[in-house]
Design a protein around this ligand. Structure first.
Ligand SMILES: Cc1cc2nc3c(=O)[nH]c(=O)nc-3n(C[C@H](O)[C@H](O)[C@H](O)COP(=O)(O)OP(=O)(O)OC[C@H]3O[C@@H](n4cnc5c(N)ncnc54)[C@H](O)[C@@H]3O)c2cc1C
Length: 356
């Protein structure tokens, strides 16, 4: 079976790998450089518990997604020799006042009732876990099982794994102009030059998914939500866990690099880092860990989270036969990448016989 994949971000590349592992022939069509958009810009938080916010419907999915990560990171590392930076570093959500403290306590009790590891600690105990935290922190929720990965390394490992498989082809600099339709079925894609005919086509074009001509009008619209990141370098490293608080987050890589994020902006496709974005991000970071004030600013960037109308990722078969979706993962595309790619690959290989 031949599969064409539109987009070479985490969704396109992970789905390609899941498909070749199931015996399919795959071509990934990426208009720029694979991994160059949201997927490499992400902070890499695998924040299954951080992101639950009491939404019962996501519990099973988020936990399954997180559980899939440790073995996947290991197997990618073994297959390619590239360390994807998976670390089960734990995460803290901070409270700076009584109202936030009460909310944390509710979240923690709800998660513990669901059998999850979560602890509510006072400010003193939080500073025993992370001594660099601000003295203004009155309490914290601690999620020891949340983890992180380094997205640029992850994308490099996926590309390396695909490059080793003769059934996979990744074409950078190749824009999909539209879906090819034949009697109400998607039969591949039309490119800027030529076309690719395929038994199945996967739409994994991130924030640009709704812009590919031919996608069914019933598909919920996917729109960009801009996020900015500021990367710091502090020596020696002072923080180990992921820290959420004061409207932002910190992701320490363990070697002195600290990613500080992020904004949530409806700014179209304006790939800008703004003064107010950096101001807000660094304000939050320093409110959580004041000692970061002496860290060096080494990089800033922004990119676009693909947000699907209705707030749910679009995964699996679409209303158009032959077209499958792997898009709309918004804030949690890295967390959800392995389970999404497996689900889409299973949907495709279950829908048509695998001919090798
Ligand atoms: C600042 C920021 C921080 C984030 N932090 C986290 C985090 O900590 N944890 C987490 O789980 N998630 C995080 N995310 C979300 C995560 O990055 C996304 O959900 C995920 O990367 C989406 O992957 P994707 O493959 O769908 O999209 P993308 O990575 O954007 O890939 C889509 C690709 O499709 C290509 N494309 C588009 N149109 C066409 C076309 N017509 N023809 C060919 N190619 C096309 C694009 O060039 C692009 O490379 C963050 C996102 C941002 C922006």
């Amino acid at each position: 079976m031949k599969v064409a994949i539109i987009g070479g971000g985490i969704m396109g590349c992970a789905t390609a790998l899941a498909l070749v592992e199931r015996g399919c022939e795959v071509v990934v069509l990426e208009r720029a450089v694979p991994g160059a958009e949201a997927s490499s810009a992400a902070a890499g938080i695998l924040g299954a518990q951080l992101e639950l916010h009491g939404r019962g419907e996501d519990v099973e999915l988020y936990l399954r997604a997180r559980t899939a990560w440790a073995p996947w990171a290991r197997s990618l590392g073994e297959a390619t020799g590239i360390d994807v930076g998976y670390r089960a570093c734990g995460a803290l959500r901070l409270a700076f006042n009584a109202e936030q403290h009460a909310q944390l306590d509710r979240d923690v009790s709800w998660q513990r009732e669901h059998g999850l590891h979560a602890e509510s600690v006072d400010g003193h105990r939080a500073r025993q876990v992370e001594p660099a935290l601000s003295g203004d922190v009155v309490a914290a929720a601690y999620f020891p099982d949340d983890a992180q990965v380094d997205p640029p390394s992850l994308l490099r490992a996926l590309m390396a794994a695909l490059a080793r498989d003769p059934r996979a082809e990744v074409r950078g600099g190749t824009t999909v102009e539209r879906l090819l339709l034949d009697r109400d079925r998607c039969v591949g894609v039309k490119l800027d030059e030529g076309e690719v005919r395929a038994d199945a086509t996967v739409l994994a074009a991130g924030s640009w998914s709704s812009l590919v001509p031919g996608v069914p009008p019933s598909m919920p619209a996917v729109r960009p939500v801009r996020g900015q990141i500021v990367q710091l370098d502090e020596r020696p490293p002072s923080v180990r866990a992921i820290v959420f608080g004061a409207g932002g987050y910190l992701v320490p890589r363990g070697d002195g690099r600290v990613l500080c994020g992020s904004t949530m902006e409806h700014a179209g496709f304006r790939r800008e880092v703004t003064a107010s974005g950096v101001h807000a991000i660094l304000g939050s970071a320093l409110a959580c860990v004041p000692g970061l004030g002496g860290a060096q600013v080494v990089a800033t960037w922004s990119n676009f989270r693909p947000h699907a109308h209705g707030d749910r990722p679009l995964v699996g078969a679409s209303a158009l036969p032959g077209l499958f979706l792997a898009t709309g993962h918004h804030r949690n595309g890295i967390l959800l990448s392995k389970v999404t790619s497996d689900e889409v690959a299973a949907a495709i290989t279950g829908s048509l016989p695998v001919t090798g």
